[in-house]
Write a new protein. Sequence first.
Length: 52
Amino acid sequence: MKELERDLREKHQVHMKYRKVEHVEGLRVSPHIYMLESDLDGFVTALRSALK
C-alpha cells in the first residue's frame, strides 16, 4: 500500500494519506468540492495504471 501511495504521488501527482491501523492498511482519498469530474476521472485512470 505504501508503494502504491508513492507511485501515485511521484508519477501522477496524486496526493493521499497512507494509513495503517493495527493490521489494516489503506489510502485515504478526499476529493475536494471544487474538483472537476475530469479530475476524478484522471485519478481513476492513474489508480488503474498503478495497480497493473
